[in-house]
Design a protein around this ligand. Structure first.
Ligand SMILES: *[C@@H]1O[C@H](CO)[C@@H](O)[C@H](O)[C@H]1NC(C)=O
Ligand SMILES: *[C@@H]1O[C@H](CO)[C@@H](O)[C@H](O)[C@H]1NC(C)=O
Ligand SMILES: *[C@@H]1O[C@H](CO)[C@@H](O)[C@H](O)[C@H]1NC(C)=O
Ligand SMILES: *[C@@H]1O[C@H](CO)[C@@H](O)[C@H](O)[C@H]1NC(C)=O
Length: 174
């Protein structure tokens, strides 16, 4: 599994184009979020921190706020090279529990983008195979960034609440 994915990532991570008629560059990245949401687990990287009194604090319950700090890796393998972290919050914002509003930053720590960040924001339709949110801003190498990002569940282990989520980012920046 690792080799074909590594090839895809290398191709994707170096896809930088000039946007026609502008000074903008377009960068496409494929990143893997290592997410552990097991309630109360010492290794949890996504934790509900607030919710409606008397209701279960779950991602399907309106009003539940999560804080997250997932490792981001270069391939789906959790031991593959670390690219950074995804840090921020999301709240179940649909009364029916279907939509979550996401505000997170991709905080790069790899050599290529170390110290730069990309800000993602928008509604994630949690039960859809591909969830798309906006890239609203960036810092460092991604100043003036805008674009879009998709989330896809790549792997999930229900008993340990461990999931690998692929995040493809397409971003234009100077
Ligand atoms: C994300 O990028 C990978 C290649 O790195 C591609 O195989 C996959 O289809 C993309 N997903 C979406 C939703 O575009
Ligand atoms: C998180 O910790 C639990 C309990 O120790 C363990 O069963 C689980 O495998 C760990 N998850 C990951 C992804 O390492
Ligand atoms: C995140 O990555 C670091 C460094 O690779 C590792 O030590 C740590 O255990 C990882 N965290 C989780 C929750 O997997
Ligand atoms: C990233 O930057 C920090 C602080 O500037 C530095 O300590 C660290 O070694 C750098 N990491 C890489 C992979 O270049």
């Amino acid at each position: 599994m690792a080799l074909p994915n590594l090839l895809l990532v290398l191709v994707a991570a170096t896809a930088i184009y000039l946007v026609k008629g502008t000074d903008l560059k377009e960068t496409k990245l494929s990143l893997y979020l290592q997410d552990i949401s097991a309630f109360g687990a010492a290794n949890a990287t996504a934790v509900p921190v607030a919710g409606i009194a008397g209701k279960a604090w779950r991602f399907t319950q309106f009003g539940t706020l999560y804080v997250t700090d997932d490792n981001i890796t270069e391939t789906p393998d959790r031991n593959s090279a670390r690219v950074g972290q995804v840090q921020g919050m999301y709240v179940t914002a649909g009364l029916d529990g279907l939509n979550s509003h996401v505000w997170v930053s991709i905080v790069f720590t790899n050599e290529e983008y170390n110290g730069s960040t990309i800000q993602l924001q928008g509604i994630s339709k949690q039960f859809e195979a591909v969830r798309e949110v906006s890239v609203v801003a960036g810092t460092g190498k991604f100043r003036f960034a805008r674009g879009y990002a998709t989330f896809e569940t790549y792997f999930v282990d229900i008993p340990t609440q461990y999931a690998v989520i692929r995040c493809n980012v397409t971003v234009q920046h100077y």
